[in-house]
Design a binder for this molecule. Structure first.
Ligand SMILES: [Zn+2]
Ligand SMILES: [Zn+2]
Length: 125
């Protein structure tokens, strides 16, 4: 048995024996990309899930305001500022789209920076 396939296989093995680093590098590169891809994919999935929830919560809230189920107050619930136009509905929990805290943009930013403790229903979040 010395067909074309065996001959090529033999040549390949010879070449690989002569260039062991090529295979090593190749495997290392492959692992690197496969690993990198896996990590990226996980991070993306997390990001997508988080954003999907966020978008859904925002949409549900907007709809509730439109229907009048949720009333937008006219003052920031933290600093009592009456810059009505700048009131944001902050979601402490995106799985509860109608549970929002109405805050001005300044307080909102502070909330996201973790500078203000949140007190909802008696519990600090
Ligand atoms: Zn405020
Ligand atoms: Zn927010």
């Amino acid at each position: 048995m010395n067909g074309e396939y065996e001959k090529r296989l033999e040549d390949g093995l010879k070449w690989r024996r002569k260039n062991p680093n090529y295979i090593k590098d190749y495997n290392r590169q492959y692992r690197k990309t496969a690993h990198g891809r896996k990590v990226n994919w996980k991070a993306n999935k997390k990001w997508r899930n988080k954003n999907r929830e966020k978008i859904r919560a925002t949409d549900t809230l907007r709809y509730a305001i439109m229907k009048g189920t949720v009333k937008k107050p006219n003052a920031c619930s933290i600093c009592k500022s009456k810059e009505k136009m700048l009131l944001h509905g902050h979601h402490p929990d995106y799985s509860k789209p109608l549970e929002v805290i109405w805050v001005c943009h300044k307080c909102h930013r502070k909330l996201h920076q973790g500078l203000l403790p949140l007190i909802i229903g008696g519990t600090t979040r």
